[in-house]
Design a binder for this molecule. Structure first.
Ligand SMILES: Nc1ncnc2c1ncn2[C@@H]1O[C@H](COP(=O)(O)OP(=O)(O)O)[C@@H](O)[C@H]1O
Ligand SMILES: [Mg+2]
Length: 385
């Protein structure tokens, strides 16, 4: 008779669900994951787009154009929307916990009086789904002196870290953020994570502007492919002080959103650029600012760069990033996360599934060396049925 060894608690697999809606404000991504303390596997990923009006209300709040009662109403409407989004894809599965990132409408990690604010009331999910929900992940890191971002680092390490190699995970959402996993020395791994600047945010704003809202993004990079890069404007934009600033650093719509675009548009008009020229130039802006940040701040040559987030579906953007990175690191391999079993927009919600699991286990979810926090912190607030 074979002797059964009982599973240690740490070996048990739990289901956790992560919900993410990022700065692009395109919709909600849900990822149902099987989590242990050493592994995470994707069970299912689904997406629900924001209805037009809800998106407009979020953008208005993010631009400080909403009254406090409108923000309060949005907070609760979003909570109900997230609950519906989860219900639409969850089926019979009962995750042990849900990680709700919420919708950022303000993120200001500056040294004095830092603040960050994610909308989406967790109580509505608890009530509707009768499951524990962890939300408000960024506040504890901010209170510990950190940027409150990026927080997907722990997940990147679990899912994509490779022994004896230097791997970068670069998420291309509204904003671009990179995680460096330098595991060359087994006894002293080096992890760095920071925002590099814009990914899709300015591209999406420009496409909506030129198509009067008929198109939401430069699908598959078709517009950029037809345009010419305006090197003059590009070098002006690359002067932005954010790129040179050393990590830890994080940014959002406040810096690379509508205000940036309003100023840029005056220059675009003066230089009489066509729509496709603007899109080509903004695509290159994202690619070069990523390469610029890598050259200045990584301190290591990556063997592999894994691209994820919706921007990795934009062939032109991926092509320009690849070319700019190869100019810096001749041998670098650039791949997309879906080739490694992680659909492009499942990576970020999976990170919050793992963070929620860490919260339940009482484990810290931030990596202080990446966010700049004074200490490791248990992230998120738990609401239970
Ligand atoms: N097929 C595509 N072609 C070009 N861009 C795309 C495509 N699919 C998604 N995107 C871009 O990805 C963005 C959404 O990416 P996502 O990872 O959800 O970002 P966020 O986390 O900021 O919401 C869209 O706003 C769009 O700009
Ligand atoms: Mg999104």
């Amino acid at each position: 008779m074979t002797k059964r060894t009982p599973l240690r608690d740490s070996q048990r697999t739990d289901l956790a669900l992560g919900i993410m809606s990022g700065t692009s404000v395109d919709g909600v991504d849900c990822a149902l994951c099987a989590v242990t303390d050493t592994q995470v596997k994707l069970r299912r990923h689904w997406q629900v787009s924001f209805p037009k009006r809800l998106r407009e209300r979020i953008i208005s709040a993010a631009k400080c154009q909403s009254s406090s009662w409108e923000v309060a109403q949005l907070h609760h409407d979003l909570g109900r929307f997230y609950a519906c989004a989860v219900r639409s894809g969850l089926g019979q599965d009962r995750p042990m916990v849900i990680g709700l990132h919420g919708q950022t409408i303000f993120h200001s990690p500056k040294k004095r009086n830092p603040a960050t604010f994610q909308l989406g009331e967790a109580a509505w999910l608890v009530e509707e789904l009768r499951l524990p929900v962890v939300s408000n992940f960024r506040a504890a890191d901010l209170a510990a002196g950190g940027q409150g971002a990026p927080l997907a680092t722990l997940f990147h390490k679990l899912a994509f870290g490779q022994q004896r190699r230097v791997v970068c995970v670069n998420n291309l959402g509204g904003i671009s953020n990179v995680t460096l996993l330098d595991f060359r020395a087994e006894d002293s791994p080096r992890i760095l994570a920071f925002d590099t600047g814009p990914a899709n945010m300015l591209l999406d704003i420009a496409v909506r502007h030129f198509t009067e809202g008929r198109k939401k993004c430069d699908t598959d990079g078709k517009l950029a492919a037809r345009g010419a890069i305006d090197e003059f404007l590009l070098s002006e934009w690359l002067e932005h002080p954010f790129f040179r600033a050393p990590p830890p650093k994080s940014t959002g719509r406040e810096m690379f959103g509508e205000t940036f675009w309003d100023t840029a548009l005056r220059r675009i008009k003066a230089r009489r650029l066509s729509c496709s020229d603007v899109i080509a130039t903004l695509t290159e802006y994202t690619a070069r600012s990523i390469a610029f940040n890598y050259a200045l701040h990584l301190g290591a040559a990556p063997d592999r760069v894994i691209l994820c987030g919706g921007g990795a579906a934009n062939h032109m953007l991926v092509g320009r990033i690849t070319q700019n990175l190869r100019a810096l690191f001749a041998e670098v391999e650039v791949v997309k996360s879906d080739s490694l079993g992680w659909p492009l927009q499942a990576v970020e919600p999976a990170a919050f599934a793992v963070l929620a699991w860490y919260r339940i286990k009482g484990l810290p979810g931030n990596l202080p060396e990446t966010t700049g926090a004074r200490h490791a912190a248990v992230l998120g607030q738990l609401a239970v049925p």
